[in-house]
Design a protein around this ligand. Structure first.
Ligand SMILES: Nc1ncnc2c1ncn2[C@@H]1O[C@H](COP(=O)(O)OP(=O)(O)O)[C@@H](O)[C@H]1O
Ligand SMILES: Cc1ncsc1CCOP(=O)(O)O
Ligand SMILES: [Mg+2]
Length: 275
């Protein structure tokens, strides 16, 4: 199934419209090319609706926000919603300023997101804005922090109607009723900037090419990123490279990934609550 989802990206070559930050924009464009998609970064208000209309997915990334980029995000997001194009949101550094929080709150109100991907701190910040009693299960607080994050992802997904991805040492992918845990990746991935943004773009590509299977596409993209991180790190050790090489090796690995050739199999599971 994952092989089929990934192959579809190469077949369809979906155009992915990214309104994103200037730190990782180039990496995201290269990751999209590496997985078989076609990137377009465009954020001027005069063209975003037209570009979104010709795209198969829209990625909104809050990494370097400003007022005019925000207006563009709103317009592009609403256009995508009207046309049924999946919209993916990356709330980068959402806890860092009141400005980012206000922008994200408005986006969540005005745009319907197919997928929201962030690290644990970003998604926890989003969850605290929702109704506490339904979002944070107090029994879950007593269990391990991953159990707690899983409950939080599930509840947030139900509340917002979006697939929630919490990335990190373990990745959580949750719809309201189905939750997966992915155990791939490597700590070296967080020694370079933009790996989260790259994962969000990859999710955009996989969803854009597989719009009727958004949960499976999101899971496949998350597995693809984790596996690529592992393969990049293993090559990095062979060449005794540093973080600059890790950056390049990661993009290499995404372009070379073949799900049918994954040694050791895929390490993920459907989460089932024990209590
Ligand atoms: N300690 C880790 N072990 C394994 N994979 C990791 C680790 N930290 C990050 N990753 C991987 O790096 C990618 C980016 O995740 P993350 O670092 O959470 O995003 P962000 O850059 O937005 O904070 C994901 O594919 C995630 O699985
Ligand atoms: C460092 C930085 N500053 C603004 S956006 C950005 C990149 C963040 O990328 P990621 O969340 O993927 O590490
Ligand atoms: Mg991030």
């Amino acid at each position: 199934m994952f092989k089929q989802i990934a192959s579809k990206v190469h077949e369809v070559r979906p155009l992915i419209h990214c309104i994103t930050n200037y730190v990782s924009a180039n990496d995201c464009a290269n990751v999209l090319l590496a997985c078989g998609a076609s990137p377009i970064m465009a954020d001027d208000v005069h063209e975003v609706e037209e570009i979104t209309a010709s795209a198969q997915a829209l990625v909104l990334n809050l990494g370097t926000p400003n007022e005019s980029k925000f207006i563009s995000m709103l317009k592009a997001g609403q256009k995508a919603n009207n046309l049924g194009i999946p919209v993916i949101f990356d709330p980068v550094g959402i806890g860092a300023s009141q400005f980012r929080k206000d922008l994200a709150k408005t986006l969540l109100k005005e745009v319907s997101f197919s997928v929201i991907r962030g690290n644990a701190s970003e998604i926890t910040t989003l969850a605290t804005w929702q109704n506490h009693s339904s979002c944070i299960d107090t029994n879950a607080l007593k269990r391990s922090s991953y159990d707690m994050l899983i409950e939080l992802a599930k509840n947030l997904s139900e509340k917002l109607g979006s697939i929630i991805v919490i990335s990190g040492e373990e990745d959580i992918i949750s719809s309201p009723h189905i939750t997966y845990r992915v155990f791939h990746g490597h700590p070296a991935m967080s020694t370079i900037t933009g790996t989260g943004c790259m994962l969000t773009s990859l999710i955009g590509a996989y969803c854009g090419a597989n719009p009727t299977q958004l949960l499976q596409a999101t899971l496949a993209a998350t597995l693809a990123m984790g596996l690529s991180g592992e393969q990049a790190y293993s090559k990095l050790c062979q060449i005794q490279g540093g973080t600059g090489s890790m950056h390049i090796l990661l993009i290499d690995a995404i372009s070379l990934l073949d799900f049918s050739k994954v040694e050791g199999g895929l390490n993920y599971e459907l989460y089932e609550k024990l209590s």
